[in-house]
Design a protein around this ligand. Structure first.
Ligand code: ZN
Length: 158
């Protein structure tokens, strides 16, 4: 069983405090940019998924799903953003980086996120894939704007 008190200490050690108004504003800022990326994907006929990678409170990479455009099954927003962040930081280890992604990551992206040593995943809508096995701390902060974007996208497809 997970020791709650140790878990709380871990959170403090990495400089992430409990949910204060300030934290929620920070989350909102990064989710807003991730949703902007998702909207770009939607406009290009891609499933609307976007993400940003954040280090020390700054966005170091952003990307949106480009699977259709590139005919590349691996061109998910998270993978593309990880590639950009690694290039920019000149390091494949994204230590101290957090990822804000609109939809809970798939297994491929989870693997990439774990391999890149990303610290924490924040997402604003759950993925209904039951096979996800997270090895990274992650947190769903539901964002109604994004949930409607995703719902409308699929409603229009049908
Ligand atoms: Zn993925």
């Amino acid at each position: 069983m997970k020791d709650k008190s140790n878990f709380d200490e871990d959170i403090e050690d990495i400089g992430v405090s409990e949910n204060t108004i300030g934290d929620n504003l920070t989350h909102k800022k990064f989710f807003d940019e991730a949703i902007t990326q998702a909207n770009i994907a939607a406009k290009k006929g891609e499933i609307p998924i976007g993400c940003v990678i954040v280090k020390d409170g700054k966005i170091v990479a952003k990307a949106y799903n480009r699977r259709e455009r590139t005919n590349d099954a691996t061109a998910h927003a998270e993978v593309l953003a990880i590639k950009k962040a690694c290039k920019r930081l000149k390091n494949w280890r994204l230590t101290g980086c957090d990822i804000y992604v609109t939809l809970e990551p798939c297994m491929m992206c989870m693997g990439a996120i774990v391999n890149a040593r990303i610290r924490k995943i924040y997402y604003c809508a759950p993925n209904n894939n039951p096979n996800l096995n997270h090895n990274v701390d992650s947190e769903c902060i539901i964002n109604d704007n994004y949930v409607s974007l995703l719902r409308d996208f699929f409603a229009n497809k049908r």
